[in-house]
Design a protein around this ligand. Structure first.
Ligand code: FE
Length: 254
């Protein structure tokens, strides 16, 4: 028997993993990065075969891993985690520097960075586990590192489908429906009380079904110069999710 909610109890951080091959810089945001051995210092990352970056690490035989900080602009996670390097230059808007291995190391919103030479690759079906020997390591700041739990809870972001830890929502819903209903009912009824007030007073929130970003009309979207008070329905047709870039059709009314 597999209880899928058990997997959500595993702890992780969140990292920007990059490489460069043939003059092209690529990278993605991923939670599965961890130290494998202390001597020599090795770090592994699990990379989906569909990730554009995966093929590049396979060819370049090197990668960098930057540790994201707790307080950050999540647009960065959206850009690195939910968009593809096939059609986006992810490095255009964020600070990075070139490392000893001549690959980009993202420094913005990051507390530490490592550069690794790939010493082994393990084919894990959907993913490749790249094991790299650390060539350089640098602490970038004293900020607290981001945990995956905080990322989910505080920023309300979901895992992209390519993440090794992705669990289809229907599998978790099955588990949730089996769990004790009374507590959930109480919580929901409180939410409903608050929600019903809002329903009668103003326009609804809309949620991006790709990444979980919520558009709250009371706040608007400052990063896109959308002022408070603008209902979702009135946003321009070319409005896209500020986190993952999904168009309006991917938003659902809350
Ligand atoms: Fe989104």
């Amino acid at each position: 028997m597999i209880d899928y909610s058990s997997f959500t109890k595993l702890s992780y951080g969140l990292y920007i993993i990059t490489t460069e091959y043939d003059g092209e810089k690529v990278g993605y945001a991923g939670n599965t990065g961890f130290q494998v051995t202390a001597e020599p210092e090795t770090i592994a990352v699990s990379c989906n075969k569909d990730n554009y970056t995966s093929e590049f690490i396979h060819k370049s035989k090197k990668f960098s891993l930057s540790v994201l900080q707790k307080d950050l602009d999540v647009t960065m996670v959206g850009d690195f985690g939910f968009k593809s390097g096939r059609d986006t230059d992810k490095f255009k808007h964020y600070d990075y520097k070139m490392g000893e291995l001549e690959i980009p190391i993202v420094t913005e919103n990051c507390v530490a960075a490592f550069e690794c030479k790939v010493v082994n690759e393990v084919d894990c079906g959907t993913h490749i586990l790249f094991i790299g020997e650390v060539v350089s390591a640098e602490k970038l700041s004293d900020e607290e590192p981001l945990t995956y739990a905080y990322y989910h809870e505080h920023y309300k972001m979901r895992s992209p489908k390519n993440a090794p830890t992705y669990i289809p929502p229907e599998k978790l819903e099955e588990e949730n429906s089996k769990e004790s209903a009374p507590e959930n009912k109480e919580e929901k009824s409180e939410e409903n009380v608050e929600g019903s007030e809002q329903d009668t007073e103003g326009p609804s929130d809309y949620v991006c079904i790709i990444c979980g970003y919520t558009y709250d009309p009371e706040i608007g979207e400052p990063s896109m110069d959308i002022p408070p008070g603008a209902p979702f329905e009135d946003l321009p047709e070319d409005f896209t999710c500020p986190i993952c870039g999904a168009s309006k059709e991917y938003f659902k009314e809350v």
